[in-house]
Write a protein that binds this ligand. Structure first.
Ligand code: SAM
Length: 268
């Protein structure tokens, strides 16, 4: 089944409930960015799924899936500026983790399974990752993960300060060409935005295998006046044992690239 896949066309059909709503191709349309927004940190790509993946997606979407445009995520006219209604999303109120770009989601489910006291919103722009993560959530019987399709930054911009207990982005696209530098996630403006959406005391955890991007992350996070490095040595954090190796990271390791972790805390 080809459900259309993400495109930059303007989509309709934005309303709906957080869960229980059947899948609609409109859920997977990226809207054109507003002129005042920085360039996206991903390339919208068309994606077709195999039959089994598509069937999983259709079956699991009403239970665990949302679009960043869903009113359930606080973006609708009913709840402008309100904190996310985690009770409606997860059936309980618990600290919330945002993961930006979970890819196929193996690290997401492992970390969520090991951390049942917190809920995870995993926001991925690419449809195959959404379908893979939904399958894993079901297979592991997880109740503390919701899988969100779309641009995580679009969602984050519309949420109020203090929405998240932790924000994580593992191996965000490195955008190595100079002309794409503005697409990197770890820019000062984006880091300031993510920090603001953390509770005071909340963590921002990034990892990358690109040496120059690691250096940029360290410089940008260190320069942010509201963040403090949790690592006493004031540099990269030794790889946290709770972060599993991601698919992307494994490929990087095979190619001889090691990874760096950065963990910073919002201090004010
Ligand atoms: C290089 S992959 C890494 C995936 C995974 N974290 C891993 O380590 O295997 C980066 C992922 O981030 C997603 N991504 C990039 N920018 C995003 C955004 N603004 N919102 C949601 N997903 C994004 C991409 O679609 C891609 O799947």
């Amino acid at each position: 089944m080809d459900i259309g896949g993400p495109t930059d066309r303007d989509g309709g059909g934005e309303s709906g409930t957080p869960t229980g709503r059947p899948l609609s191709a409109d859920d997977f349309r990226h809207r054109p960015g507003r002129p005042d927004e920085p360039q996206r940190t991903f390339h919208p790509r068309r994606a077709s799924l195999g039959r089994d993946r598509a069937a999983d997606l259709a079956r699991l979407w009403p239970r665990f899936g949302l679009s960043v445009h869903d009113e359930a995520l606080g973006r609708g006219p009913r709840t402008p500026g309100a904190l996310l209604d985690t009770a409606a999303l997860f059936g309980r109120t618990a600290p919330l983790v945002l993961e930006i770009g979970p890819g196929m989601g193996a690290a997401t489910v492992a970390m969520a399974a090991a951390d049942p006291g917190r809920d995870v919103l995993a926001v991925e722009a690419h449809l195959p990752g959404i379908a893979a993560l939904l399958s894993l959530v079901e297979r592991h019987g997880l109740t503390n993960v919701r899988v969100v399709h779309g641009d995580a930054l679009e969602l984050v911009r519309d949420l109020p300060p203090g929405s998240f207990d932790e924000v994580r982005a593992y191996f965000p696209d490195p955008w190595p060409k100079q002309r794409h530098a503005r697409r990197r996630l770890a820019r000062p403006d984006t880091v300031a935005l993510l920090r603001d959406r953390l509770v005071v005391g909340g963590l921002l955890h990034l990892a990358t295998d690109a040496p120059d991007y690691a250096a940029q992350m360290l410089a940008v996070l260190t320069a942010d006046p509201g963040l403090a490095n949790v690592d006493a040595a004031d540099g990269y954090t030794p790889r946290p044992t709770h972060r599993p190796t991601t698919a992307f990271e494994r490929k990087a390791a095979v190619a001889g690239r090691g990874s760096r972790d950065l963990v910073f805390r919002r201090v004010r």
